[in-house]
Design a protein around this ligand. Sequence first.
Ligand SMILES: *Cc1c(COP(=O)(O)O)cnc(C)c1O
Length: 470
Amino acid sequence: MSKPHYQTMGQQFGRRSWAEPWKIKMVEPIRMISREAREQAAAEAGYNTFLLRSEDVYIDLLTDSGTSAMSDRQWAGIMLGDEAYAGSRNFYHLEEAIQTYYGYKYVIPTHQGRGAEHLISQAVIQKGDFIPGNMYFTTTRLHQELAGGTFVDVIIDEAHDPTSQHPFKGNVNLDKLQALVDRVGAENIPYVSLAGTVNMAGGQPVSMANVKALREFCDRHGIRIYLDATRMYENCFFIQEREEGYGDKSIAEILKEFCSYTDGAWMSAKKDNLVNIGGWLAVNHADVAEKARNMVVVYEGLHTYGGMAGRDMEALAIGIAEGVQDDQVAARVRQVRYLGKLLLDWGIPIVEPIGGHAIFLDAKRFYPHIPQDQFPSQTLAAQLYLDSGVRSMERGIVSAGRDPKTGDHRYPALELTRLTIPRRVYTQAHMDVVAESIKAVYDQREQTRGLKMVYEPEYLRFFQARFEML
Ligand SMILES: *Cc1c(COP(=O)(O)O)cnc(C)c1O
């Protein structure tokens, strides 16, 4: 896998503009409903953007999960679905794509990322185990807890500081990991849960040097490393851009090297792999693969479809190869950066450095007068919707949930509102509209009041909680 023979505009012409490496062949009309209608929709949704109807949303930046635009080739792949119950040819295409680009040996398809998290957690975690990781992710940690484990955050301190300019804020702090090993013993740590482009830290990458050092550490202690590969393409873009010795390597080459330091990965294919539904687990150890295959038939479907239709697996196999192309990843990250730079120019507080898949508004600095238990980032997401019909989401105290022991809210250092950019969906003009709406909400920040939670579900409360305005 050598560097592709085409060049970006920047490489060819120096300081010229870049543009997306695709053109639009089919469009989906969208519209902004009236202010009055937005007020009604927001109140009916309990000021939770997850509970809005998508028809009432204008520009939808709720998530980049399953919201990508597929290519003409992927749609052509949909027509080539082999819907046999067992041994579909599309499964073998998928298996080959994962082995080629990620380099793992055994592939188990799942309906989406959390299906794979469920399998790996149940396969390798024993009750009472500790699972260190570079910041929690909602579904990942929940599956680790449901398997009887306790998640321990071992990310570097800079990750919790939205103003730190550290280039690799996703890195693991090996001293924190050592302290955990000393406290609980390596035999009670089945694996390190490592994520690329750490979502909850604002889309921040892990360096190659860090994963290499982590591998050495884990080899010394007999601990495995499993990777949340959901946004590894973007992580590899940052390595290419920022890390010595990788500027001339393709993202595909960087990905293969990074994965080689880990023992396996789970994937929400709804993100980097450019499909609307799908996921997979891939591991290098035969015993773990066997356990996961035994479980996949109980919870997902046969081990050659794991909850996906044959056509879904074909689109996914094509998406894996398309998504990893240098120009594809560069255009994606640069679009995110374009939006972030507009906001920074206007002095609006966001997490820096600008991450790979989203802009994170720093709600603590945006609304310094709203206490954390009045949900500043939930408030900001609601205000943004009211202003323009732009949908964002909360990543703060609501997402963090309650401590299972004390029953109190967890009070995360980061209180963020996330604007996640779907891949290949919106244009620069949409980004301008979004930025102007955020500016309008920012200009009214002093008059804005917080929220009160009036309904709280037991699990992953951010999805379905309801609020009232104070
Ligand atoms: C989305 C996501 C998951 C869960 O995957 P689903 O496909 O939504 O089930 C896990 N980890 C990360 C980092 C994610 O972004």
